[in-house]
Each structure stands twice: as structure tokens, then as C-alpha cells.
Write a protein that binds this ligand. Structure first.
Ligand code: ATP
Length: 357
């Protein structure tokens, strides 16, 4: 297992700073995601790890060994691309065997390793086929087997599921995760699909304009986004202006134009002092039944619109005093509230995230 350490990595293309000073630590054996909108620098960073792009500044270490100046073939990285990049004139077996033949392994060893790799992606029965005779999902499985067969130290995946349909994408998420777990290798995975990252990652970093905005475990980033950009990029969020009044017993008391709230989701090292922005997820808000207990964390507003979606319903609520319009996600909706009605929204203090100023 290989730990990857990235120190002050920078890469410019003309006037664009594609990667603008990134420090990262990818623990050995983890499945680590580089996530961010188009153009944020994730592919450039991945290519620098692979050795295809040379950094202008900074260092890259595999298990403490400086590999910054090493060419790609000396880095022991397997790569999987969005486009699969299989050779159309070679069979599945030959595609997977290629990397081993280049390394001049004996024929019997090549056959044994290819077979094992194809078995691990459940493609052993189709070894004689050409890539054109395979579905997209099958081609991507072959690409995975080809990357794994050389037993790399590090597996790099560049949007590997983007060309697959939604159902297959879900299936392949589980397979790739299982494969990485079973082999124990360190994998770095690029995507702009936040759900893919949240569902598969051990750790992740959100990038923006070539910089690392926030790193951590998926649940931590989702539940405690460091700023508005991360809160908005990872899922959906409502932003509400508030005034911090006091910090009492590990809770911040907040005043909004629609009511008072308490929050336990704030940085204890620098408790908020005055005007702040709150991030509250739509699924954290509940529309209270009329006449419900009024002592909880509540905001008052008017229901503007509502949309039934089967397994859930989305509501838009205009908060009192113009604090904000907020989206509310209701799961398994039975009765639908009528638009135009005054409503009270409640939320747990742990879901009222105070964004740093
Ligand atoms: P996407 O999700 O669209 O693939 P990305 O996050 O992977 O985007 P990069 O491909 O790393 O982003 O690109 C980061 C920035 O660097 C972009 O502004 C891009 O236009 C620029 N860039 C990348 N490669 C080159 C290149 N070879 N020459 C010039 N500019 C480049």
C-alpha cells in the first residue's frame, strides 16, 4: 500500500493556473476523490500524479519517496479513462495482457494473471471478444482489469463512469469500490459527480480554481461544509442570514427575521460574534403540523409552492421578514400542504451550520 503526499503543487498553462498550490495527503489503501466543477484542475492534478504533466513547482511523494521527476512508466500507476481507451483490433484477453507482455513476463504467467484480472471484473467468459462486441459497462470492466493486472501501487481513475447509463453507473460504483478494497491499493478518482464521490470515497477534496477548498471524509464535508461553495456543490443548501446573539452551553443562539435558532454546528475555536450565514439542508427542515409544540428550533414563513415527486416532495417557503426563500425536502409525503398557508419549519441544532465569516 502506498501513501501519496502532494506538497505545494502548481501548474500553469499560459495565463491559467490549472493547479494553484495544492497540499494533500492520500492515506495508503484509501479510495480518494478529487471533486470539483469543470475546469477546477482535477484532471491536471491526476495527470501530475501519473507523471503525464510535469509540475512547475512542488513535490509528489509515494511512501515518502520523491517521484516528481520520474517518468510515468517508472511510477507504477494504473490508469482508467472515461473513454476506456481499449485497442479495437485486440481481443479482451490481449488488451489486458498488453501491459504484461511489454514487461516481458513468461507466457504462462501472463495467462494466469490476465485470467485472474478478468475474473475479478467478471469478464472471463468474454476474453475472446473484441471491444466493439462489448457494452459500455463491459468495456469499462476490461479497462479496469487492464489497469489492475500490472498490480500497480496506485490506481488513477479519470471520470470512469461518465459514459455509462445511470443504472450501470450505480452498479459499477459498488464494483470499483469492492475491487479497490479487495486489492488494498491506493486509488485516486476524479469526478464532478458529487453523489459518486459521497457514495464511494474514504476521503475527498473539493477543488475550485486550482485550489483545495476543503478535505475530509464525505460525511464531514456534507454535514459541515467549510463555506458556501462546498455547501452548494455537495448537494443542495439553503443560506439564511442571521445574527449570533450568544454562545451558551455549547450552542450558539441566533436571531433571524423569521425566528430564533440554536446551532451546535460551528467552529468552537472561533465562535461567531455578529452577522453570519447559516447553511441548512432542505432535508433537515420539516414542516410542522399546525399546532405543533412551539418550543423547538423554528422558523416561520409562508408556503409558496410545492411539487409532488412520488418518493419525496419539494416545497418552497418564503421566510418571514425576507430572511430567505428556503427549499424543504419532505420524504414519503402522505398529505401535501396547501400553498399560501403560513407554516412553521423546525430543524435540529446539529443541522444549522454556521459558515465561517
Ligand atoms: P473537467 O471536469 O472539465 O475535465 P478539470 O477540473 O479536470 O475539468 P483541468 O482539465 O485540470 O480541469 O483544467 C484546469 C484548467 O487548466 C482549465 O481552465 C483548462 O482549460 C486548463 N488546461 C488544462 N489543460 C490545458 C492545456 N494542456 N493547455 C492549456 N490549458 C489547459
Amino acid at each position: 500500500m502506498t501513501a501519496i503526499r502532494i506538497e505545494g503543487l502548481r501548474k500553469r498553462f499560459g495565463r491559467t493556473a490549472a493547479v494553484d498550490g495544492i497540499d494533500l495527503e492520500v492515506p495508503a489503501g484509501s479510495l480518494y476523490f478529487l471533486l470539483g466543477p469543470s475546469g477546477c484542475g482535477k484532471t491536471t492534478l491526476l495527470r501530475m500524479i501519473a507523471g503525464f504533466v510535469r509540475p512547475d513547482e512542488g513535490r509528489l511523494l509515494f511512501d515518502g519517496r520523491d517521484v516528481t521527476a520520474l517518468p510515468p512508466e517508472k511510477r507504477d500507476c494504473g490508469m482508467v479513462f472515461q473513454s476506456y481507451a481499449l485497442w479495437p483490433h485486440l481481443s479482451v484477453f490481449e488488451n489486458v495482457a498488453f501491459g504484461l507482455k511489454v514487461r516481458r513476463l513468461a507466457k504462462a504467467e501472463v495467462a494466469a494473471r490476465v485470467e485472474k484480472a478478468l475474473r475479478s471484473v467478471r469478464m472471463e467468459a468474454l476474453a475472446a471478444r473484441k471491444p466493439t462486441e462489448l457494452s459500455g459497462g463491459q468495456q469499462q470492466r476490461v479497462a479496469l482489469a487492464r489497469a489492475m493486472v500490472i498490480e500497480p501501487k496506485v490506481l488513477l481513475l479519470d471520470e470512469p463512469l461518465s459514459n455509462l447509463d445511470a443504472k450501470l453507473r450505480l452498479e459499477m460504483r459498488t464494483e470499483i469500490r469492492g475491487l479497490c478494497r479487495a486489492s488494498g491499493l491506493t486509488a485516486v478518482y476524479v469526478t464532478h459527480d458529487q453523489e459518486e464521490a459521497l457514495s464511494m470515497a474514504d476521503g475527498m477534496v473539493v477543488l475550485r480554481d486550482g485550489r483545495a477548498i476543503q478535505q475530509g471524509a464525505p460525511r464531514d464535508l456534507y454535514r459541515r461544509p467549510a463555506n458556501r461553495f462546498v455547501a452548494d456543490f455537495l448537494g443542495e443548501s439553503n443560506f439564511v442570514d442571521a445574527e449570533a446573539i450568544a454562545v451558551e452551553r455549547g450552542e450558539v443562539r441566533l436571531r433571524t427575521t423569521a425566528g430564533e435558532l440554536r446551532s451546535t454546528a460551528f467552529d468552537a475555536a472561533s465562535p461567531p460574534k455578529a452577522g453570519v450565514t447559516l447553511s441548512i439542508r432542505p432535508e433537515a427542515l420539516r414542516i410542522d403540523a399546525p399546532g405543533a409544540d412551539g418550543s423547538r428550533n423554528r422558523l416561520a414563513g409562508t408556503l409558496v409552492s410545492t411539487m409532488y415527486l412520488g418518493k419525496s416532495a419539494q416545497h418552497l417557503v418564503e421566510l418571514e421578514g425576507g430572511a430567505a426563500s428556503v427549499r424543504v425536502l419532505q420524504n414519503d409525503p402522505e398529505a401535501m400542504p396547501e400553498p399560501g398557508r403560513r407554516v412553521a419549519l423546525s430543524v435540529d441544532p446539529g443541522s444549522v451550520v454556521i459558515l465561517p465569516a
